[in-house]
Design a protein around this ligand. Structure first.
Ligand code: 6GU
Length: 225
């Protein structure tokens, strides 16, 4: 998979993708993440990428030309499955969308800033608009990082134990069960007996029941779906 992220604040994302699981996924060539500085695609000598909104009002709007230049250049190099624009008015992101995106080959994620992007970018380049929740961030960079992280960890081979993504919270619309490690008894606080029994079927059954109960208590909305 290849993910191209277009942003005015590349330094915000570079360090994120240079760390931990995401770094290892790239080293293993399971994913390639390229962060593009929109300013490098500016069309005038002032390196301008935003301008005042037509009709007035507060806030700057990202111009269409630098974005078009960057996206068109990328599209000359490969075919993209989706051009995603991260925006608070997009479809709400969740595990289902992460699962769908993890099956794609090439993705562009465009980060908005200021008052957003010229609407013509959304009409003519963007194929999908995603919000990561009902709150406002100062820019799309954190949202792009959230989406890329949740998608990349689903690519087969990225997680060392391949089954571990399957037991995440939200897969199958259930929260994950409690987990324990040594010691089995910490000052009288004991690990549930069944987990020490070695009985695989009983352990699976216990975990499933715990998942169900936890979901019922904390997120009954997931069970209603
Ligand atoms: Cl994608 N962008 C911004 N600026 N704020 C958000 C968001 C995105 N998703 C939730 N809040």
């Amino acid at each position: 998979m290849r993910i191209d992220i277009i942003t005015c604040l590349p330094q915000l994302l570079d360090s994120f993708f240079a760390a931990s699981i995401l770094k290892r996924a790239q080293d293993k060539q399971l994913v390639e993440v390229q962060v593009h500085d929109l300013r490098e695609y500016a069309i005038n000598k002032h390196k301008q990428v935003d301008d005042y909104a037509f009709g007035g009002g507060a806030g700057m709007v990202l111009m269409i030309e630098p974005i078009a230049k960057c996206i068109n250049l990328l599209k000359q190099q490969r075919t993209y499955d989706e051009v995603i624009y991260v925006t608070p008015d997009g479809e709400l992101f969740g595990q289902k969308t992460a699962n769908v995106l993890s099956l794609k080959q090439n993705l562009i994620i465009l980060c908005g800033h200021y008052k957003g992007v010229d609407e013509r970018v959304r009409e003519h380049f963007v194929t999908r608009e995603i919000s990561i929740g009902d709150y406002v961030l100062s820019g799309g960079e954190l949202a792009a990082a959230v989406i890329a992280d949740s998608v990349i960890r689903l690519i087969p081979g990225v997680l060392s134990d391949e089954t571990s993504a399957l037991t995440d919270s939200f897969q199958d619309d259930l929260l994950a069960p409690p987990v324990y490690t040594r010691p089995a008894d910490y000052q009288g606080w004991k690990v549930p007996e069944v987990l020490l029994s070695g009985h695989k079927a009983n352990i699976e059954k216990w975990r499933y029941e715990q998942s169900l109960e936890r979901t019922r208590q904390r997120r009954p909305d997931l069970l209603a779906e």
